[in-house]
Write a protein that binds this ligand. Structure first.
Ligand SMILES: NC(=O)c1ccc[n+]([C@@H]2O[C@H](COP(=O)([O-])OP(=O)(O)OC[C@H]3O[C@@H](n4cnc5c(N)ncnc54)[C@H](OP(=O)(O)O)[C@@H]3O)[C@@H](O)[C@H]2O)c1
Length: 355
């Protein structure tokens, strides 16, 4: 059509459904297609996004498998031959949707390509408009995005610890964990983090204010390690990894202790989940275990921003990001989550915003 501009669109394509641990070769990067910088005239309620930052999230491994739930949630799952989907920060280039206009900055579900035409906006995939731009835009992939909402919901709604509680956080240096540790310190708790390298342990203790931290990969006896940091037991555990650590935690919980189950990353890519040996501790110690997903907490985002933005502006909450440049480095960054390659929140920078 006259006046319509089309540009090459770099994309990260899912080669085939993934089985086992995701690999870089499960995806490929191409510039074979072009995209018009206008929403097609006949397409209603659509937005054309220029993606600025993409978020690498452990949950994305569920989206790239041949999952039977796929048929029910087609707007989230990925199909071989198409760009993978995930959370990101984007700018609206053109819109036929009444709620979004050209130039708006948004965060939410997008596709891994330079430009995404989003035609299926439903409540579950609604794009959140970004109003606070005095903080780094990349924060809306993590601290002010899905991870932040998850940490806030886990801490303040699901398992709120009280002053003096002894709190353990696993995957503590990651997108969600680093926030939980800082929330716990603000609430007057004693907080210990587990992480997978010496550098991450140093980060937790020296930059993020955790009271203690340990490298779970160097502990032959996780039960003994937890006893060392919690001689009287754990009041609240924020669970992100599952497996052997969860088993050891069950033995070290206090009576009536509480566990918020947010994720179990050590189990996601295994052919069979590892068996747990200590489940009877749940009854013996009358533990309260609460599973949750961030999707139940969209409504708390405004309350969360009211809480967290002043702390960010005052430098009382810090956020460590691991930003790789360019879509072509996206696949390695994504699969790196499952070996602990990321140091803080893993982000892929795609393009700067238009001034
Ligand atoms: N329920 C929800 O709605 C929701 C929302 C967001 C996230 N989550 C879950 O929360 C957890 C953390 O997510 P995140 O976004 O904050 O990711 P992240 O911590 O930024 O990255 C994942 C980290 O997991 C650790 N890890 C990887 N494989 C592991 C293994 N086999 N054993 C132990 N640790 C392992 C690695 O850290 P180390 O180097 O320390 O091992 C890695 O850096 C995940 O389980 C995720 O699925 C749930």
């Amino acid at each position: 059509m006259a006046g319509e501009v089309a540009v090459r669109n770099k994309q990260v394509i899912l080669r085939d459904y993934v089985s086992g641990f995701p690999k870089e070769s499960d995806m490929y990067v191409t510039t074979d297609t072009t995209v018009s910088l206008k929403v097609p005239a006949e397409t209603r309620n659509a937005v054309l996004l220029k993606n600025l930052y993409l978020s690498c999230d452990p949950m994305m491994q569920f989206l790239i498998r041949n999952n039977p739930q796929q048929k029910m949630r087609k707007y989230v799952y990925c199909t071989p031959g198409s760009p993978i989907r995930g959370y990101g920060v984007s700018q609206v280039v053109d819109s036929s949707h009444p709620e979004y206009k050209q130039g708006d900055l948004v965060w939410g579900l997008t596709t891994w390509e330079e430009y995404s035409l989003i035609t299926d906006i439903v409540p579950e995939t609604a794009l959140v408009k970004i109003h606070h731009t005095d903080v780094p835009l990349s924060y809306y992939t993590g601290l002010l995005g899905m991870a932040g909402k998850t940490a806030y919901a886990g801490f303040f709604e699901v398992c709120p610890p009280k002053k003096g509680d002894k709190v353990l956080v696993s995957a503590a240096s990651g997108a969600v964990g680093q926030l939980l540790g800082q929330f716990a310190k603000l609430a007057g708790c004693y907080v210990v983090g587990s992480a997978g390298s010496k550098e991450k342990v140093d980060l937790l203790k020296n930059k993020l204010g955790f009271d203690e931290a340990f490298n779970y990969k160097e502990e032959n006896d996780l039960e003994a390690a937890l006893k060392r940091y919690f001689p009287e037991g754990i009041d609240v555990y924020f669970e992100h990894v599952g497996g052997k650590l969860f088993d050891a935690v069950l033995l070290n919980m206090k009576e009536h202790g509480r566990i918020a189950v947010c994720g179990m990353i050590s189990q996601y890519n295994l052919p069979e989940p590892e068996p747990l040996k200590n489940l009877f501790q749940i009854a013996l110690k009358r533990l309260n275990i609460h599973g949750f997903t961030h999707r139940d907490y969209d409504h708390i985002v405004p309350k969360y921003y009211e809480f967290v933005l002043p702390y960010i502006r005052e430098g009382k909450i810090v956020y460590v990001e691991d930003i790789v440049e360019g879509l072509e480095n996206g696949p390695a960054a994504l699969v790196g989550l499952f070996t602990g390659r990321n140091f803080g929140k893993q982000v892929v920078a795609v393009a700067p915003p238009r001034p």
